[in-house]
Design a binder for this molecule. Structure first.
Ligand code: GLN
Length: 560
């Protein structure tokens, strides 16, 4: 995109940086504020992107438990990233690469590898300057490689954490090197209201700004999370104690949809303040259809009720992209999605342990009849898988719209093999290594892999769709018979069972790698029974729902 905004060029065309830090506590919605700030700049016509810094020592998010850390977001180039990358993609509608997620593990690995290669010429390798240099290099490389006007960098964690210190030091150095007009710090804090007092409290913000200053960073803008807009008094007090002009104290009050946050920021002059600091001239925001898209998320006619039956339901963040994809599709047809997260173990028999109460829905699949559709997301390992197989079979028999993603695809095949093809012992070698009928098997390439990190079949692959199937109708009619979607799996359909499955009425409607892998399945005489080996949720955007989700929600909405 050609930027029409006039950027004062006092830095040899270098990218400008906006750094977002967090104070007080985690979970304030820094990711949404980062994405919304970047969105505003994009709507000005600037070439902008985001980077997430995760101060944990893991190399990437791939080996982390989704229940503890939330979803692993997969980038097109196969990065297993923090879920905030998903927010950036959804707000900006651009595909990020794995380089947009920097962790302590990645930075240290860079430095240790260089040290082993003798690149430091006998120096003592230290946090400052070597680790901080490696951090700056990574940030600048993304900015230069992509020719960005502005990059918005979100630093994970909370000010005061030990592990984020080297990152904050690197950001401080960038400000020193590039100057005031090329760098800007936004600090996200919280102004809580204690019910008894009813007054917005500013002390947590004051303390967290002091902590930030102690390490040499003075914020330019404070984005203060609050339930209702900051009162005049609260804003004045924060301004005074934090030494930030009043117009630079922005209320981030609760919005009816995350996609409304850019409007909330802009209505308080966010662009004006950024433009003054970064010397941007000629700023004209073109909202295009963004406001009406945002509105579709809170101005709706009726609901569509979806059951998500999975393994990691105790933390809905483990399925954030699934949730967003469902909400994009629902908003697109003027509905609101109501999701109930259900543990698949609820649908297993003999699950009750000694002395335990009967689980809520144990073997009571009819509980699922109250939903307009059932979605089974990705998952790993045996626990809860029999429950999913029961659910996949139930929705097929009961003609309830079903969308299966990855694990939800594999287990739908097992359910079909067992119940429609009379292969009672059918399973996946992931669930039962000695199964008599391994309809789902370990991919041959995976046999040589010994490490767990980054070794699955990952990232974007080309998928060919068979004409005159539901899949071809879902993905734009018979013209588009090729799509690209992201993957994250080790197991796949065993084509030795292909004939048998097809003879019993399951259509395998998409494939990849010249027919070596099956990517889509469907059952023709069903309201909607569709499952995919890939993760379509990562491609969904507000206003542009991913097609499988769109078709699923349409089918579900037409039953309600
Ligand atoms: N566990 C399955 C596999 O590894 C499915 C993975 C997933 O759902 N992401 O193939």
């Amino acid at each position: 995109m050609q930027s029409k905004v006039n950027i004062e060029d006092n830095n040899n065309n270098k990218t400008k940086f906006i750094f977002i830090t967090g104070g007080v506590m985690s979970g304030l919605g820094k990711g949404v504020i980062t994405s919304s700030t970047a969105k505003l700049l994009q709507l000005l016509g600037l070439k902008v992107s985001c980077i997430k810094i995760d101060p944990y020592v893991n190399y990437d998010a791939g080996t982390m438990n989704p229940i503890a850390h939330g979803e692993v977001f997969v980038t097109e180039d196969g990065g297993e990233c923090d879920m905030d990358i998903g927010n950036y993609e959804r707000f900006l509608d651009i595909a990020m690469t794995k380089d947009h997620n920097i962790t302590t593990g990645r930075v240290y690995l860079d430095v240790i590898q260089s040290e082993r290669e003798g690149k430091y010429l006998g120096q003592c390798v230290q946090i400052i300057p070597h680790i901080t240099d490696a951090i700056k290099n990574r940030l600048r490389k993304v900015a230069n490689d992509e020719g960005l006007d502005i990059v918005v960098v979100e630093c994970g964690g909370t000010i005061g954490d030990i592990e984020s210190l080297p990152f904050l030091e690197a950001l401080r150095q960038i400000k020193l090197e590039d100057g005031h007009s090329n760098t800007l710090f936004i600090h996200v804090t919280l102004a809580p209201v204690l019910d008894v007092v009813g007054e917005q409290k500013t002390k947590p913000t004051q303390h967290s700004v002091q902590e930030l200053r102690r390490i040499g960073i003075q914020p330019d803008i404070l984005a203060v999370r609050c339930k209702t807009p900051l009162t005049f008094d609260a804003r004045r007090k924060i301004s005074l104690f934090a030494s930030v002009e009043e117009k630079c104290v922005i209320s981030c009050y609760d919005a009816p949809s995350i996609y409304k946050v850019p409007e909330v920021l802009e209505s308080q002059g966010m662009i004006k303040v950024i433009a003054e600091n970064l010397l941007l001239k000629n700023c004209h925001l073109q909202w295009r259809d963004w406001k009406s898209i945002a509105k579709s998320f809170y101005d709706y006619n009726g609901f569509v009720k979806i059951a998500v039956v999975g393994k990691y339901v105790t933390l809905p963040d483990s399925y954030v992209s699934i949730y967003h994809a469902l909400s994009h599709a629902s908003a697109h047809i003027g509905r609101k999605v109501e999701v109930e997260w259900i543990d698949s173990e609820e649908f297993e028999q003999n699950r009750r342990g000694v002395g335990e109460q009967e689980p809520k829905n144990s073997s009571n699949l009819s509980f699922l009849r109250k939903f307009d559709g059932i979605l089974v997301p990705g998952g790993f390992g045996r626990r809860g898988s029999e429950g999913i197989i029961n659910v996949a079979n139930f929705s097929r028999q009961e003609n309830i719209p079903y969308l299966g993603i990855c694990f939800g695809f594999q287990l739908a095949i097992i359910a079909f093999a067992r119940n429609a093809c009379n292969l009672q012992g059918a399973s996946s070698t992931e669930l039962d290594p000695n199964t008599k009928d391994p309809v789902i098997v370990f991919m041959p390439e995976q046999r040589s892999m010994h490490n767990m990190g980054g070794t699955m079949r990952l990232g974007k692959h080309k998928i060919t769709i068979i004409p005159h199937t539901n899949a071809s109708r879902i993905y734009g009619g018979n013209k588009t018979n090729v799509i690209y979607r992201r993957h994250r799996h080790r197991y796949e359909f065993n084509q030795d069972y292909r004939k048998l499955i097809e003879n019993h009425g399951m259509v395998l409607s998409g494939h990849s790698d010249n027919g070596r892998r099956i990517e889509m399945l469907e059952i023709a005489k069903h309201k909607f029974y569709f499952a995919v080996q890939y993760h379509s949720e990562f491609n969904s955007r507000p206003g542009i729902p991913e097609q499988a989700f769109e078709a699923f929600i349409k089918a579900a909405a037409s039953t309600s």
